[in-house]
Design a protein around this ligand. Structure first.
Ligand SMILES: [Zn+2]
Length: 249
């Protein structure tokens, strides 16, 4: 099956893959191939994508930390790490707390509450915030993704405090991510929130799964992705202005 999609104003022809299929097609595919993944844990909890979100109560998160700690301790035995080593004694607990409460926090917490304001002066120029910290973890290897993000928009009826971008980027970053989807998720959220005339998200990050292992890329190597919506997708001059003003060091 050949699909067509429009990205940055360019028609792109591509071969359909599993990730192009909708839920019903995917289910049919799995039935056909006999390959499938459970959608709930044996204990009954719903499972969801690494970069998805399903808020939990404090009690549920505490229980998750306890269960994860027990499994990390088991992993130490498999990896033959002696926990009499004082440096490793409490590491399963530290790891469990870190994954649930920090690195995957955005999976289990409510969306940040963002106040929007009326665009009283009818601002119709690009508003850009750049140098927004991106600290995430790749879904494929659970290694850090570290970088920065620039967000630009042309308001329609609503504006937002620029500091709020930081909280939105953080909420989506603190999950198992791939950079392309991180940019799309941030853009979807902001389009929904602001209904802007134009919106762009550029992310430039180092992927430690490529630096610490694998191809062992140079530490300065970065991956850059961009998402352009509305007039930033259709208006070349506006896009060039955003790329120039939003350029990161
Ligand atoms: Zn990776």
């Amino acid at each position: 099956m050949i699909g067509e999609s429009k990205k940055n104003g360019l028609m792109v022809q591509r071969q359909a893959s599993i990730i192009d299929l909708d839920d019903i097609e995917l289910e049919r595919h799995f039935q056909h191939t006999g390959i499938g993944f459970p959608t709930s844990a044996p204990t009954g909890e719903r499972l969801f994508d690494a970069n998805g979100n399903h808020p939990l109560t404090d009690a549920e998160r505490s229980q998750m930390i306890e269960r994860a700690e027990a499994k990390f301790a088991e992993l130490f035995e498999i990896l033959r790490i002696d926990r009499n080593d004082p440096n490793s004694a409490d590491t399963p607990h530290r790891l469990a707390k870190m994954w649930v409460g920090e690195l995957f926090k955005g999976r289990f917490t409510e969306a940040p509450r963002i106040t929007v304001f009326p665009n009283r002066k009818s601002v119709d120029e690009l508003v850009i915030s750049k140098g927004i910290k991106v600290m995430s973890v790749c879904s494929h290897h659970w290694q850090p993704i570290s970088g920065e993000c620039a967000i630009g928009y042309v308001p329609r009826d609503k504006v937002i405090g620029l500091s709020k971008f930081t909280r939105i980027v953080e909420w989506f970053s603190r999950r198992g991510q791939i950079q392309e989807e991180l940019g799309e998720q941030i853009a979807d959220f902001l389009v929904e929130l602001l209904d802007p005339i134009a919106l762009g998200v550029i992310i430039s990050s180092k992927h430690y799964c490529m630096i610490a292992r694998g191809v062992e890329a140079h530490e300065h190597s970065v991956m850059v992705t961009s998402v352009m919506r509305g007039e930033l997708a259709s208006n070349t001059a506006l896009r060039e202005e955003f790329l120039k003003l939003g350029a990161m060091s």
